[in-house]
Design a protein around this ligand. Structure first.
Ligand SMILES: *Cc1c(COP(=O)(O)O)cnc(C)c1O
Length: 431
C-alpha cells in the first residue's frame, strides 16, 4: 500500500498543527504508524491522498449515516450556501429542524441548537443544575460526554487510547462534584444517591460507544430511569452518538426509556457542526431568553448546518434503514467470530443497531474495566490488516464501527474478506 503523500502531509502538518491533527482521536498513537490524510469520499467509500480506496466505517465518527455526498443533502446545502451562510438572526429552517427533533424524541418539547456534542452536554450540566438547584452529577466510567471540565474524568476512548487518566488543566474544583459509577451496575448508582443528597443529574450514553460498544442490560437502564425519577435527579441521556442512529428516536426508542434532558450531535447535523439539547417545557423554560440559565452562540442554528440536518433526517426517516442495519451488522458479527475462531483468536463482538465493535478478549464486555482487558496488540495488527484490505475503521480498540445506509452487498462481502485476511495477520502474532 502506497501512503507516501499521507506521510509527507503528516510531517508537514506537525509544524503548525498539534500532532498534525485537530482532534486526538484522529492520531494513530495507539496503532502506531501515521494517520491517513483523506481527500474525498462518495457513498460508502473514502479515498486518501495517495488514491487508496476504503469502505468507510468511521463515517466521521457517526454523522455520515447516509454515506458521503447524498444527492438530496448536497442539493439542500448548495441552495443554502447561495442564499446566505449565517445571519445572526432566526430562520425558518431552525423551526423545521426543531419540529423534526421534538417529534422523534417524545421527551422533548423544546430544543436549543448549539455547535457540537460537547457544547450540548456542557449546557445540559448547567441546565440540570439550574433546574434542580443541586450541584453534583454522576457519570459512568468509560462514557465520553465531550471535553468539558466537569465530565473529563474516566472518559473512555480518546483518553483510554492515549492512557491519560483525565486531563491536565482541569482544576480539582471542576470535578469535585462529579461522581463516578460503573456501567451496568445499578448498585454503584444507588450508593451515590444514598450518600449524597445534592445530585442534579445522571449522565449516560444509553448505548456506550466510547469504550467500544457496550449495551446496557434491560434491568439496568429501566432501574436507572426509576431510581432517578424517585430521587428527583434528572436523567440526561447523551444521544450524541445514538440519536437517529439506533432508531430514528435514538436509543431511547430502542430501550423504551424517556430522558429528562436529551443531548444530540453528529447525525443531527448531517456532517455539519450541530449539537442540541432538549427537554420538556418545564425544564427548557429555564434557558435564556425565557429563563435565568444563560447559554448563547454566534453560529448556533447555522443555516447551512440546519439545511444539512433537515435533509439528512428527512432522507433517513423515508429510508427507515434500522432493520437493514441490524441484518448487516449481524452478518459482520458472524464474519468476525468465524474468522477469529478459525485463527484461534479470542474475540467478543458487541453490537447494537448500526454500531459494532470486536473486542480482542475472550470474556464478555459489559463495562469499562472489562473493555480495558483487551489485547490491544492484536487489535493493532487487525487494524492495519483491514486498512491494507481497503476497510477504514477507527484507529482504536475502544471506538465503534459504524454502518451507513448505502453499504451494498458487495461492500459487505469486501468487509468479510478483509476481516478474514486481517485475522490471519493477527494469527501470526498469536501462534
Ligand atoms: C462524540 C460524542 C460527544 C462529543 O461530541 P463533539 O461533537 O465531538 O463535541 C459527546 N458524547 C458522545 C456520546 C459522543 O459520542
Amino acid at each position: 500500500m502506497n501512503n507516501t503523500k499521507s506521510q509527507e502531509l503528516y510531517a508537514a502538518g506537525q509544524k503548525h498543527l498539534v500532532g498534525a491533527v485537530n482532534s486526538p482521536v484522529r492520531a494513530f498513537n495507539s496503532v502506531g504508524g501515521n494517520p491517513l490524510f483523506m481527500e474525498r469520499a462518495h457513498g460508502s467509500k473514502i479515498y486518501d491522498v495517495d488514491g487508496n480506496e476504503y469502505i468507510d466505517m468511521v463515517l466521521s465518527y457517526g454523522p455520515m449515516i447516509l454515506g458521503h455526498g447524498n444527492d438530496k443533502v448536497v442539493a439542500s446545502v448548495q441552495k443554502q450556501v447561495c442564499t446566505g451562510f449565517t445571519f445572526g438572526a432566526s430562520t425558518e429552517d431552525e423551526i423545521t429542524l426543531a419540529e423534526m427533533v421534538c417529534d422523534a424524541f417524545p421527551g422533548m418539547d423544546k430544543v436549543r441548537f448549539v455547535n457540537s456534542g460537547t457544547e450540548a452536554i456542557l449546557s445540559a450540566i448547567r441546565l440540570a443544575r439550574a433546574f434542580t438547584n443541586k450541584n453534583h452529577i454522576i457519570k459512568f466510567a468509560g462514557c465520553y460526554h465531550g471535553h468539558s471540565d466537569a465530565l473529563l474524568v474516566a472518559a473512555g476512548s480518546g483518553l483510554a487510547t492515549l492512557s491519560i487518566p483525565g486531563s491536565k488543566g482541569v482544576p480539582a474544583d471542576a470535578v469535585k462534584n462529579t461522581l463516578i459509577a460503573t456501567y451496568n451496575d445499578i448498585d454503584s448508582v444507588k450508593k451515590h444517591i444514598a450518600e449524597c443528597d445534592d445530585i442534579a443529574a445522571v449522565f449516560i450514553e444509553p448505548i456506550a460507544g466510547n469504550m467500544g460498544v457496550v449495551k446496557p442490560t434491560d434491568d439496568f437502564i429501566k432501574e436507572l430511569r426509576q431510581i432517578t425519577k424517585e430521587a428527583e435527579i434528572l436523567l440526561v441521556v447523551d444521544e450524541v452518538m445514538t440519536g437517529f442512529r439506533s432508531k430514528f428516536g435514538g436509543a431511547q426508542e430502542l430501550l423504551g426509556i424517556e430522558a429528562d434532558i436529551t443531548c444530540l450531535g453528529k447525525v443531527v447535523g448531517g456532517g455539519f457542526p450541530v449539537g442540541a439539547y432538549g427537554a420538556r417545557n418545564e425544564i427548557m423554560e429555564m434557558v435564556s431568553p425565557l429563563g435565568a440559565m444563560y447559554q448563547a452562540g454566534t453560529l448556533s442554528g447555522n443555516p447551512v448546518a440546519m439545511a444539512a440536518g433537515i435533509s439528512t433526517l428527512t432522507e433517513l426517516k423515508a429510508q427507515n434503514p434500522y432493520n437493514k442495519f441490524n441484518e448487516q451488522a449481524e452478518v459482520i458479527e458472524k464474519a468476525l467470530i468465524d474468522a477469529a475462531s478459525a485463527n484461534g483468536i479470542d474475540l467478543t463482538v458487541n453490537r447494537f443497531g448500526s454500531m459494532i465493535n470486536p473486542f480482542f478478549n475472550a470474556k464478555t464486555v459489559t463495562n469499562f474495566d472489562e473493555a480495558q482487558e483487551c489485547n490491544t496488540e492484536q487489535f493493532t495488527k487487525f487494524f492495519w490488516g483491514l486498512i491494507e484490505n481497503g476497510v477504514y475503521i477507527p484507529p482504536s480498540q475502544f471506538e465503534a464501527w459504524f454502518l451507513c445506509t448505502v453499504l451494498s452487498e458487495g461492500d459487505i462481502n469486501k468487509i468479510i474478506s478483509a476481516i478474514n485476511n486481517a485475522m490471519k495477520k493477527v494469527n501470526e502474532i498469536v501462534n
